[in-house]
Design a protein around this ligand. Structure first.
Ligand code: PGA
Length: 256
């Protein structure tokens, strides 16, 4: 059994999948299977349009409901965007920041990340900050440099006393949606490097509060092995979070 300092966190990222009725049905099933939430935290990141309905169904359970993105201003001329306070208002209690699809497909620059993290914390929308290298960066031995750059830009304004509200998801971009999972050695090495960076920046007690999740082709058959890696505090699950048959076994991974 791994000696856990931090409560395991299993998060499902539904992306632009599932229509309203499927979202509601899946949340109902997950809610029915969650226990008191004492030994693990579970959250789902749903299409924003359905946040109000989904959070109404989840009410009364420890299931966290999150948005997949947000904008960092409170209001104004930002056509098509959603403010953290708006997401809170419709029941979200968490948010993904800097998912690689946002960074790559929608060209979100590093410079937005610390603003998004700042604003999410200011509105009590607990962020998962997603970071990870491309295949080219890994092949060129630039993984560490990329990850450190993403940490620097994201945590520019973060204070040590706020670290307990932060989760990081390490998602190698080459492992997302590809069926290819990083090896245990690769995952452990990057997670250790992230932890070292946090210790240097915030000191050990504050650094130890941050959960570091792994994401990228997590499936029921590799979830237990991934959770057995000491440095892994949880999982961010895409494809396998879309169906109860594949998401429930991941949520219910055997912690012994
Ligand atoms: P995947 O997605 O599990 O389908 O690889 C993970 C993610 O994008 O968060």
């Amino acid at each position: 059994m791994t000696n856990r300092l931090r409560k395991p966190y299993i998060a499902g990222n539904w992306k632009m999948n599932l229509d309203r009725s499927k979202c509601l049905a899946l949340v109902k099933v997950i809610k029915g299977r969650l226990r008191d939430g004492n030994d693990r935290e579970v959250g789902v990141f749903v299409p924003s349009l359905y946040l109000a309905d989904v959070s109404a169904v989840a009410q009364g359970s420890p299931l966290g409901i999150g948005s997949q993105n947000m904008w960092f201003e409170d209001s104004g001329a930002f056509t098509g965007e959603l403010a953290a306070r708006m997401l809170r208002e419709v029941g979200a209690d968490r948010v993904l920041v800097g998912h690689s699809e946002r960074r790559q497909l929608f060209q979100e620059p590093d410079s937005w990340m610390s603003k998004k993290l700042r604003n999410s914390l200011d509105h009590d929308l607990l962020p998962i900050y997603c970071i990870g290298e491309t295949l080219d960066e890994r092949k060129a031995n630039r993984t560490d440099r990329t990850i450190k750059r993403q940490l620097e830009s994201g945590f520019e304004t973060l204070r040590a006393e706020e670290t307990h509200r932060i989760t990081i998801a390490y998602e190698p971009i080459w492992a997302i949606g590809t069926g290819e999972t990083a090896t245990a050695e690769q995952v452990a090495a990057v997670h250790k490097m992230i932890r070292r960076w946090l210790v240097q920046r915030f000191g050990e007690p504050a650094a130890n509060m941050v959960r570091i999740l792994y994401g990228g082709s997590v499936k029921p058959d590799n979830a237990k092995q991934l959770m057995a890696i000491d440095e892994v505090d949880g999982l961010l699950v895409g494809g396998a979070s879309l169906q109860a048959e594949t998401f429930l076994p991941i949520i219910e991974f055997d912690a012994r």
